[in-house]
Design a protein around this ligand. Structure first.
Ligand code: 9MR
Length: 769
């Protein structure tokens, strides 16, 4: 972070730093630093009348605001009951921007009572592209704010907009000294990465491996010490120099202290004069994560009230049940020209921080939950009773069905609803997705979304996601609800037939207004996965012949980036390797060997990686949602453990989680509530505490997407330009490209948490597979 000396230049109301909260510092680019920031004195002012000493023209306000500049500041009373940020705006138009020029945007702002505002510099017309998006935490006494951004466009008429809607209660905003000048030095964002000794801040299993990474200039081995919570040295040794790590650009050493096995809390590791953040040695935390990572799904539910008694602090009205201002999802039309019927597609999980619901991504998510359940029965260390009824505190708890299946069913019911009804064109296909006709802003609770909801065209990929998950549901739910199982099997077969008849209907990459595209123009892997699930459930020849002929049955599918919503072949391969099925033994052995080989590849990557992850994407370009790729690769390694029982695979899984929990370049955990410093501002319209203190943070056990080299969002672009892989992340709610939460990222987290919790202290010996 930059130093923040009290300003002496622009503001007449500079506040002493002591009254500025740490949160405010973290949430804004910086309070004004005056001359220290190197502003070019001659750079011309682009904003007209930002001082309000003589009226406020040409500033404008939305009709619900009365602008008052009689005090020498511009003040407005914001009425109660606005929903979206843009329901109340103070703005100025016709601001010229020059491409490549770095600007400094400054203003004084106060709010009574305190509120988070939105300050934007943007295109004045649809799609309102934002060149700067800031969320100043406005206090009653007021602060000076300063941001910089580099304009990507030449534009004669940009707009400065203070969006101040979205509050249930009335408040007053005042602005002063609004200024925009070019020629600024680009902001240097420096994350606070704390001590240079990087550990799993949550903890290590007593009998598991224990690895850490030290960031240091030293090139020869250094002494290290492990200290217990009283500061007593309980083990010591020497580091291993590892050179420069490509994923962080840092010179690093590694520490291995797995020979120390005593449980306890408050351990620290000391090396090179630095003391790590504290950690435990134990196993309780994985037992807790097993359920926390699954409990995440209840508060993602659409179409039902979230009960505060079940999730204190997270209760909210049902979203999208056809109650105004919602327009759906009980009777949703298609996009214009796509179909002439409506469907009841209420229910399911919201995909992520948006209110969209997508069959493609919903598929892998619900599949991995059902697979977690299936593994609990089949793996040698599996503990099915840990996922049993009454484990997740759900409305359905007590119904004698495992809670994990109650949760998965909420989504699977939605998947079934997305199938095109009999008698319609493309009957049996699944609509790709349903979401708002255009993007909504943050924050926005689901029940307050007033946009039109639309069904998007059916796609082959969605249809195969439905076929795969419905085939799986048919076997998983059979002991609990034969009727639901039969309904799924019928839907799966209908979907399969429809996909075979329409094998190349692809979702458009351009269909991305109001929701993500989830486009995919190679669905051969989805065909393979669906055939596998149908084969495991039915044993039928058609599916066996299909899967044996698929290139994905023998191809090298264990890629660097790992399985994900657009690459599902590995889901099929893992299922065939682990679930009872009618493949001849020698065929099945080949499949198992291929999984073990895939795991060996990931282990080799992990061993070569000074931060111990089975992830080394081409050109060091970390993917969108890299954390899920990393954990999905660990699932392949875990499956090799289930197949072979060899400790090295279990150790690889455990070491992978060290990275997720803090052994990384940013020295932070990516799971909310786990570790001393952890992600807590993931992009979400309803866990939006960073924008509105009345709302909660994401629930404990929520995984952040993690470093994404492509930094597509404005906050990341503003602060992380030029970042090296692991540094391409920021815990800011507006960084949707690096810091979102999703149903398909928590699914592998919950799978792997259950796997590790099953390992007890790292030495579980279960029944034979
Ligand atoms: O996770 C998705 C990622 O793989 C894609 O590259 C990206 C762009 O298409 O979309 C991501 O998914 C987002 C989806 O489109 C909308 N809901 C939020 C998802 C997570 O960011």
């Amino acid at each position: 972070m930059l130093p923040f000396p009290p300003t002496t230049t622009l503001s007449r109301r500079a506040v002493p730093l002591a009254v500025v909260t740490a949160a405010a510092l973290a949430a804004t680019v910086g309070l004004t630093g005056g001359a220290a920031h190197g502003q070019e004195p001659e750079a011309p002012e682009q904003i007209v009348n930002g001082g309000f000493d003589d009226g406020h023209a040409p500033w404008w306000g939305t009709p619900n605001l009365t602008l008052d500049s009689s005090s020498g500041q511009l003040c407005a009373d914001v009425p109660a009951g606005t929903v979206n940020p843009w329901d109340a705006i103070i703005g100025q138009d016709n601001i010229p921007l020059v491409a490549g020029e770095t600007y400094e945007f400054r203003f004084f702002g106060s709010a009574s009572p305190a509120r988070v505002g939105k300050a934007l510099i943007q295109l004045p017309v649809d799609p309102y592209t934002q060149y700067l998006a800031a969320n100043p935490e406005l206090s009653v006494s007021g602060n000076d704010y300063r941001y910089t951004f580099t304009s990507p466009v030449d534009l004669p008429n940009a707009q400065v907009a203070f969006q101040i809607g979205g509050s249930a209660t009335a408040w007053t905003i005042c602005l002063d000294n609004v200024s925009l000048r070019g020629g600024a030095e680009p902001e240097q964002y420096v994350p606070d990465t704390g001590p240079r000794v990087r550990v799993n801040q949550v903890g290590y299993l007593p009998k598991g491996p224990k690895n850490a990474t030290v960031v240091t200039e030293a090139t020869t081995a250094l002494p290290w010490q492990l200290k217990d919570r009283n500061g007593k040295v309980v083990r010591h040794g020497r580091t291993k120099p590892r050179g420069v790590d490509a994923s962080s650009g840092q010179n690093v050493h590694t520490v291995e202290f797995g020979s120390y096995t005593r449980s306890g809390t408050g351990y620290t590791l000391v090396a090179d004069g630095e003391t790590s953040r504290p950690f435990d040695i134990g196993s309780d935390f994985y037992e807790k994560l097993r359920t926390d990572a699954l409990k995440f799904y209840y508060t993602q539910r659409s179409g039902v009230e979230i009960r505060d008694d079940l999730r204190p602090g997270y209760g909210r009205p049902a979203g999208h049940v056809g109650v105004a201002p919602n327009q759906g999802d009980t009777e949703v039309p298609c996009q214009p020209g796509v179909c002439d019927y409506t469907l009841d597609v209420s229910g399911g999980w919201y995909d992520a921080g948006d209110h969209g619901k997508y069959v493609v991504n919903g598929g892998i998510s619900v599949h991995q939950l059902m697979s977690e359940y299936e593994r609990s029965w089949l793996a040698r260390t599996g503990e099915p009773w840990k996922l049993w009824d009454r484990t997740l505190n759900l409305p359905e708890s007590g119904n004698k069905v495992p809670d994990i299946l109650d949760e998965a069913r909420w989504q699977q019911e939605f998947m079934l609803k997305m199938q095109v009804p009999a008698g319609e064109e493309l009957a049996g296909m699944a609509h790709h997705k349903i979401h708002d006709e255009s993007w909504t802003g943050l924050p926005l609770l689901p029940h307050l979304d007033d946009k039109r909801r639309e069904l998007h065209p059916p796609s082959t990929a969605a249809t195969l996601n439905l076929a795969a998950t419905a085939a799986q549901a048919a076997r998983v739910y059979r002991p609990y609800d034969r009727h639901f199982a039969a309904r799924n099997l019928a839907a799966a077969k209908r979907a399969w037939a429809a996909a075979k008849a329409n094998p190349e209907i692809y979702a458009s990459p351009n269909d991305a207004n109001g929701g993500g595209p989830y486009d995919d123009s190679d669905v051969t892997d989805e065909f393979y996965w669906a055939a596998v699930e149908l084969f495991i459930t039915t044993g039928e020849k058609e599916f066996r012949d299909f899967l044996l002929a698929s290139p994905h049955h023998t191809g090298d599918i264990f890629t660097a980036g790992g399985m994900y919503w657009g690459g599902t072949a590995a889901l099929g391969r893992l299922a065939l390797a682990t679930l009872p099925n009618k493949l001849p033994r020698h065929e099945r052995d080949k499949v198992r060997a291929s999984v073990v080989k895939g795991a060996d590849g990931y282990l080799a990557t992990l061993k070569a990686h000074p931060y111990g992850i089975p992830y080394a994407p081409a050109n060091n370009q970390f993917d969108w949602g890299s954390n899920s790729g990393i954990i999905n690769n660990a699932i392949v390694i875990a499956t090799a453990f289930d197949i072979t029982g060899k400790d090295k695979y279990r150790d690889g899984v455990l070491e992978t989680m060290d990275y997720i929990f803090g052994r990384n370049a940013l020295n932070q955990s990516y799971v909310t509530g786990y570790g001393e410093v952890a992600s807590k501002n993931q992009h979400s319209r309803w866990y939006a505490r960073q924008l509105n203190p009345d709302l909660p943070n994401p629930p404990v056990g929520t995984l952040a997407g993690g470093p994404n080299s492509a930094i597509q969002d404005p906050v990341a672009q503003q602060k992380l330009q030029g970042c090296v892989a692991q540094f391409c992340y920021i815990d800011d709610i507006e960084s949707w490209a690096t810091n979102e939460l999703t149903i398909n990222w928590n699914a592998p987290l919950s799978w792997i948490a259950a796997f590790i919790a099953d390992q007890d202290n790292g030495d579980a010996r279960g029944r034979l597979f």
